[in-house]
Design a protein around this ligand. Structure first.
Ligand code: TRP
Length: 347
């Protein structure tokens, strides 16, 4: 069989995954896992924002693995890799940081936005100082992607600048040393950015506006009922569908596109009570989440299987990493001991 092209993608272990992760990325991972050789990374070196609560990192590693199994990622066909179990990530980060000008990081929009949030003391950052790890994490993300010599990186829209950076680093390395790395492509999911249940532009844990993949039925019902549904409007007053997140969710998750189109037409012509839309959304979300919750509870009662998935996946990730590090050492010409040079320095 011809060798499959590779995918490397991942998340930081910060807690449960939500519908935004699903529509923005996970759905693509599930779809592509048969076609590509996949490395799914749990990036536990990259959660320095949780330095004061490492137990949360530890718990989240399991949460993420369970969510991945729940959505149908297959740990036998793909590798679930815990980043810190492949310490070559740290090694490659160190080498790459020699060749990455600080200016390249400073131009990275994601980092820029996070820096500004830190300076303002926003959100989860309030009252914290900036750890050195904050500056190195984009370099580490580059190392993550280059490590298995990935061709494709399916991610949410917010990760695109990191992939651009990776392409730049790959080009430079290949040009200045040896052609070791493919220039990876990014792939953004069907719904690049899902609005939060509060109408905020982005669903995110720190804003508390998520619907999690493991959310029980009753809780989904409650959240949908309480969802922001656009500017106030009487039940028989026409509305603008784009301004109503319920419609955005229906467009994202309702498999019956024709029905959504017809509801939209009615909504914009003669109005529809939000309750009708919310009831439909509740049904649609539960139809999506039922099998996910079911698979999750299967694994929750069989945690040794989850452990096996992480152990086997990390071992495969490590083998790929060691192969790449061999190429990197050779390209940089730092195989000191293997060269059998018996001459001393300067000779
Ligand atoms: N930074 C990504 C996030 O916050 C997680 C991540 C780490 C990642 N390494 C990666 C994503 C490599 C894609 C490729 O979600």
């Amino acid at each position: 069989m011809a060798e499959r092209k590779r995918i490397l993608t991942g998340v930081r272990p910060t807690g449960s995954l939500h519908l935004g992760h699903y529509a923005g990325a996970l759905e693509n991972w599930v779809r592509l896992q048969g076609e590509y050789e996949c490395f799914f990374l749990i990036a536990d070196y990259q959660v320095s924002d949780y330095a004061d609560d490492i137990s949360r990192v530890r718990d989240s590693v399991w949460e993420v693995a369970l969510d991945w199994l729940a959505v149908g990622l297959d740990p036998e066909n793909s590798s679930f890799v815990v980043e810190s179990l492949v310490p070559e990530h740290a090694e490659l980060t160190t080498w790459l940081s020699w060749f990455l000008p600080l200016g390249m990081l400073e131009r990275n929009p994601t980092l820029k936005a996070e820096m500004e949030a830190l300076e303002r003391g926003d959100e989860t950052h309030a009252g914290k100082s900036v750890p050195v790890a904050f500056y190195t994490y984009p370099v580490m993300q580059v190392a993550n992607i280059l490590m298995p010599r990935a061709h494709l990186v399916p991610v949410g829209e917010d990760q695109l600048p990191h992939i651009e950076l990776t392409r730049e680093v790959a080009r430079r390395f290949n040009r200045d040393f040896k052609p070791v790395f493919p220039e990876p492509e990014a792939l953004v999911g069907r719904v690049p950015r899902l609005v939060g249940t509060d109408g905020n532009a982005k669903m995110s844990k720190s804003r508390g506006n998520t619907i999690d993949l493991k959310e029980p039925r009753e809780s989904v019902a409650k959240k949908v009922k309480g969802m922001y549904a656009g500017p106030p409007r009487g039940a028989t007053e026409p509305g603008v569908a784009e301004e109503n997140p319920i419609f955005l969710y229906l467009e994202a998750f309702d498999p019956d596109k024709a029905e959504v189109a017809s509801l939209k037409e009615t909504y914009e012509k003669s109005g529809l009570p939000n309750k009708v839309l919310k009831d439909r959304l509740d049904g649609v979300l539960n139809a999506l989440l039922d099998p996910i919750r079911e698979r999750r509870s299967y694994y929750e009662t069989r945690m040794p299987l989850v452990r096996d998935a992480l152990a086997a996946g990390s071992a495969r990730g490590r083998a790929a990493a060691q192969e790449t590090m061999g190429f990197v050492r050779e390209a940089l010409d730092i195989n000191y001991l293997e060269k059998h040079r018996n001459a001393g320095p300067g000779q």
